[in-house]
Ligand binder design. Sequence first.
Ligand SMILES: Cc1cc2nc3c(=O)[nH]c(=O)nc-3n(C[C@H](O)[C@H](O)[C@H](O)COP(=O)(O)O)c2cc1C
Length: 190
Amino acid sequence: MTNSAKILAFSGSLRKQSWNHSLVSLAAKAAEDAGAEVEVIRLQDFQLPIFNEDTEAELQAHPALSALREKLSSCKGLLIASPEYNGSLSAVLKNTLDWLSRPGAEGEYEPAFTNKVVAIISASPADSGGIRGVKHSREVLGNLGCSVIPEQVTVGAAYQAFNEDGQLVDANQANEVRSLAQSLVESITL
Ligand SMILES: Cc1cc2nc3c(=O)[nH]c(=O)nc-3n(C[C@H](O)[C@H](O)[C@H](O)COP(=O)(O)O)c2cc1C
């Protein structure tokens, strides 16, 4: 697989049965089918501390931070499933973005997100599918220097949107996810 379309995929949920993780996994598979090399991670496996400028320096060597920095620097694209919490992106997602936006141990500033190509999706039990969280995520990632592709997919009534195999029941929605993944891969390889 070519390194030119390497994508890191994750959701902003720590929940074991996260619908956003299911959705991002589907999009990741579609991106692989479109020719990308995709790594799907779960933020739960990293246990990144809550960002605090007072402890930022001493936490630079935290293994979660080093691992996530490494993964971010080696990818060209991001697939992010953003759960909607109180009309915005989850604290877990924002905390991860805040940490990764900061300088490394030696104080050198590598703009970690600049020119990353990003696709944002969301699943929610609400009919709106978490679209307000997607809007805020789009804004934050744009502020970080990412190029967020216009396509987005929001899956409402998530409790009935996935079958037992984690596939989307609605064929149109499944096509939307495939189309978004293809656009992401094309945007990266342009
Ligand atoms: C603190 C909190 C706030 C929430 N706010 C919203 C909301 O504003 N809009 C929404 O659609 N769902 C909201 N939800 C419900 C989440 O969409 C739901 O828990 C969803 O399952 C989270 O995504 P996950 O399945 O990937 O963990 C909220 C849940 C929590 C815990």
